[in-house]
Design a protein around this ligand. Structure first.
Ligand code: SF4
Length: 270
């Protein structure tokens, strides 16, 4: 069993090494709440009704510093047209188990886009995935990801970003919907070529798909399990930092993501 990182380590070897260290850290510094994964509906029946309209009013009513509205106002016709065009589609994205594809047909198309070395990967994590003991605070966009810290050593976010070796990767820790919206607008302003991979609950992956299409951004949403937000009330509280539960990526989905990241890194055209 390997305990040190080796050159050309496969994702399976990385995960084995990571798990071993994580179990060691858990013996001396056990984290709270790690194993609970309640089986709750991804979205409640009541919440499903008019979800896309709810997204519309949510974005506008909670845009406290007017950052989203003012960004749209720079190109009002362009963005309104694209928002409406998406809005009238039955499905603004494609779902395959826990993976939601925006602007991509499938995993292969996503990997092909990443084989372009000029294309950046925006890797985003919802703050609710952070351990309750996170040294950078949970409801923040910060992360120290210290290899010496016993909490980071058990953190699923650290596991993914430590494996990710792609040079042009931007990592974002997401406290609110408006926060990620602002980040996306600024990447567009910088005229950078990028695709995203972002963790979120099914409700927000479905709610804000039209807004992603409005921006013309492409990527994969990774559906979270555990103490997800499945009602509007839960979302509103979570966006104020009131989120005592933890969310997780299922083991199966995590493996799929590792494979995608590995294959994308290997396929970069020189
Ligand atoms: S890796 Fe980042 S998010 Fe995870 S516990 Fe450490 S500081 Fe928090």
């Amino acid at each position: 069993m390997k305990t040190k990182e080796t050159k050309n380590e496969t994702w399976e070897e990385f995960v084995e090494r990571w798990e071993m260290r994580s179990k060691g850290a858990a013996k001396t510094y056990p984290l709270k709440n790690t194993k609970k994964n309640p089986k709750i509906p991804h979205i409640t029946q009541e919440t499903k009704k008019n979800l896309r309209w709810k997204a519309f009013s949510y974005i506008l009513l909670h845009d406290q510093d007017w950052s989203i509205i003012s960004s749209i106002a720079k190109r009002p016709f362009f963005y309104t047209y694209r928002l409406l065009r998406s809005f009238f589609k039955k499905m603004p994205m494609r779902q395959e188990d826990d993976l939601f594809f925006y602007g991509f047909e499938n995993e292969e198309a996503f990997k092909r886009a990443l084989s372009d070395k000029d294309c950046s990967l925006v890797l985003g994590f919802s703050y609710c995935q952070k351990p309750l003991e996170c040294p950078s605070g949970r409801f923040t966009d910060q992360c120290i990801n210290s290899s010496d810290n016993p909490v980071c050593q058990q953190c699923p976010i650290s596991k993914m970003i430590s494996f990710q070796k792609r040079k042009n990767t931007k990592i974002i820790w997401i406290p609110t919907v408006h926060y990620i919206g602002k980040q996306m607008f600024s990447l567009i302003d910088e005229k950078k070529k990028f695709v995203f991979m972002i963790t979120a609950c099914e409700m927000t992956l479905k709610m804000f798909a039209d807004w992603g299409n409005m921006l013309g951004i492409k990527g994969i949403g990774l559906r979270l399990q555990g103490r997800i937000c499945n009602t509007m009330q839960a979302l509103v509280l979570s966006e104020k930092g009131i989120k005592p539960g933890l969310t997780i990526i299922s083991e199966e989905t995590e493996k799929r993501v590792f494979k995608i990241l590995e294959e994308s890194a290997m396929s970069i055209k020189k």
